[in-house]
Design a protein around this ligand. Structure first.
Ligand code: ADP
Length: 302
């Protein structure tokens, strides 16, 4: 199926809504079918990551969240994460992380390999659950939510960019960018199609919309992934080593694009990076060492 084509009535999902007004998030979704036809195509991508990046929803989500204006976008309090609970190899990898992010921040998350960056990003991305502590998104406590509610909240509030773009190779750039709409709502409206075209134009890919990922350079593929992360206008984009697979020139270009999207759209970014040069070009750097925040400071601009 062409993901940009509206589905026939009998084959469509009940729309999942993410209504945001005046600082309030009001989600009331009844999704009977996650719109997964597209993902059932013959693809070689990492489908789990692609599904997350594309805002996949699970069946029958009913979520109501109410956030208070003025709340931080994210607030983690004493977050702990252990793997292999109850087994001889049980290990705690996050030891009481507290962190708040305001709307519109542009933050680097750095730290040595094994310090817990990916674990923390997965927790913030609602892909993993903490073993202890509190995690609020726009004032809404997430730790007691079931998987369906978490999936819905993720689709409404978060965009993802990974080191490897996780675009679906059988689809064009435009189709890839419309997938979050398709997967969240079961169809792509004319308005969403237009929005996807606008975001692709904004990332400089107006001429490449009809090309498949294999026909694009690494930097262009990552620009498509950024467009896909932004198309539903999430308040926060989580990026895990988004330039880690690129040469210096492409890396600079992709980073500059994220900064520009942040400036133009006001989207918050939390970016895991190993590259100190890029971290210094963020507004704030959080450094994780051995599962704890060692440093959290504003970057002084020369
Ligand atoms: P980083 O992203 O900073 O390299 P990670 O979050 O990937 O760190 O890993 C932190 C620690 O948690 C490491 O010791 C890693 O081996 C361990 N770890 C990560 N994921 C799992 C898992 N699924 N099961 C068990 N241990 C894990």
């Amino acid at each position: 199926m062409n993901p940009t084509e509206p589905r026939a009535a009998g084959n469509s999902s009940t729309a999942a809504a993410c209504a945001v007004a005046g600082g309030n998030v009001d989600v009331n979704a009844d999704v009977k079918d996650g719109g997964n036809d597209a993902v059932n195509a013959d693809v070689n991508a990492d489908v789990n990551a692609a599904a997350v990046a594309n805002g996949a929803t699970t069946p029958t989500a009913t979520v109501t969240t109410t956030a208070t204006a003025g709340q931080p976008l994210l607030q983690l309090q004493d977050i702990r994460k252990s793997y292999n609970l109850g087994l001889p190899n049980q290990a705690e990898v996050l030891h009481g992380v507290s962190l708040a992010l305001a709307a519109g921040e542009f933050v680097a998350l750095i730290g040595p390999s094994g310090s817990g960056k990916s674990t923390l990003l997965n927790l913030i991305g609602l892909l993993e659950k903490p073993s202890a502590g509190s995690y609020r998104i726009q004032g809404q406590e997430t730790t007691g939510m079931d998987d369906t509610a978490l999936t819905q909240l993720r689709a409404c509030t978060l965009g993802f960019v990974f080191q490897f773009h996780h675009l679906l190779p059988a689809f064009t750039a435009l189709e890839n960018v419309t997938l979050p709409s398709l997967m969240r709502e079961g169809r792509v409206s004319a308005q969403q199609l237009q929005r996807a075209k606008e975001v692709l134009a904004a990332v400089g890919l107006e001429e490449a919309m009809d090309k498949k990922p294999g026909a694009l350079s690494g930097g262009m593929q990552q620009r498509v992934a950024i467009a896909r992360a932004l198309v539903l206008r999430p308040p926060l984009v989580l990026a895990d080593e988004p330039t880690g697979n690129l040469d210096t020139a492409s890396s600079d270009e992709v980073f500059a694009l994220m900064r520009r999207m942040h400036a133009e759209l006001g989207t918050s970014f939390l970016i895991v990076t190993h590259d100190p040069r890029l971290a210094q070009r963020c507004d704030r750097v959080v450094e994780l060492v051995d599962g704890q925040v060692l440093r959290d400071e504003v970057v002084k601009k020369g």
